[in-house]
Design a protein around this ligand. Structure first.
Ligand code: 9D3
Length: 238
């Protein structure tokens, strides 16, 4: 019997000083099940393996002074070269990157692979970012201690979109966020919890009223909490 050629799975390659952090949370729940099922694959590359001196030095003090350290461009580039082949978009997780959003997540999930570079200390030497045309991506305006938790969040967001990872139920729920609104509130049993009742409409069985109630709640919470999303939504629906 001849071996059947299988389509290669979506592969995330993570370049990091801390390969032992992976798969970490990605080994659990939905992403972990999909990893075990062979829906996606995870590879790590340790910057330290690409240092050229006997002390395996990967970083050095910043020119111009300042606290902390910078990852050397020669070491980062050697690690990147080791991933050559079908590596997909090459993304540097960085606090000065463009904000990650669901549209970019969808594109990355549709590629065959992604390569993620995680910085530590002050980050990587700017010249390797320029020379390799790295895309810089941030998760938001808060400070992490390194790129690894950001890489994990990006991978998790992509993996749940891969074919066969989520059931139909959850992929339909996706559509509510795709409208550009925050989600309406959810309730389950008991109907009365410490005197707090479930909104009457949800118990009515009247599907059109329920749909209208949920839309109104989604609009209200979006207007209150996310003026940025609200402006886009009202512009798109006028
Ligand atoms: C003192 C200047 N800091 C910039 C705000 C330096 C600095 C802080 C944190 C340099 C690197 C880091 C580590 N952060 C990440 O690698 C990171 C990150 C983040 O901190 N916030 C949001 N998204 C991301 S993606 C990678």
């Amino acid at each position: 019997m001849s071996a059947k050629a299988e389509k290669p799975v979506w592969t995330a390659t993570v370049l990091t000083l801390f390969p032992e952090m992976f798969p970490g949370p990605l080994g659990h729940s939905i992403a972990g099940k999909a990893l075990e099922d062979g829906v996606w694959a995870l590879e790590t590359v340790d910057f330290r393996d690409f240092a050229s001196d006997k002390h395996r030095t990967v970083d050095d003090a910043p020119f111009g002074g300042g606290p902390s350290m910078v990852l050397r461009p020669d070491v980062v580039d050697a690690a990147l070269q080791a991933t050559a082949g079908t590596r997909g978009p090459v993304i540097y997780l960085s606090p000065k990157g463009r904000l990650l959003d669901q549209a970019r997540v969808r594109e990355i999930a549709q590629a065959s692979a992604v390569t993620l570079l995680c910085g530590r200390y002050e980050g990587v030497d700017e010249r390797v970012i320029e020379a390799r045309g790295l895309e810089e991506v941030s998760l938001g305006d808060f400070v992490l201690s390194g790129g690894e938790p950001a890489a994990m969040a990006l991978i998790d967001a992509c993996v749940r979109l891969l074919p066969g990872v989520l059931g139909n139920v959850e992929s339909l729920v996706e559509e509510s966020f795709e409208r550009g609104l925050l989600e309406y509130p959810h309730y389950t049993r008991p109907q009365d919890w410490r005197g707090r009742k479930v909104p009457e409409t949800l118990l009515s069985g009247h599907h059109e009223k329920i749909r209208a109630w949920r839309l109104a709640e989604a609009e209200k919470i979006t207007r209150e909490r996310r003026p940025d999303l609200w402006a886009r939504y009202t512009a798109a629906n006028s």
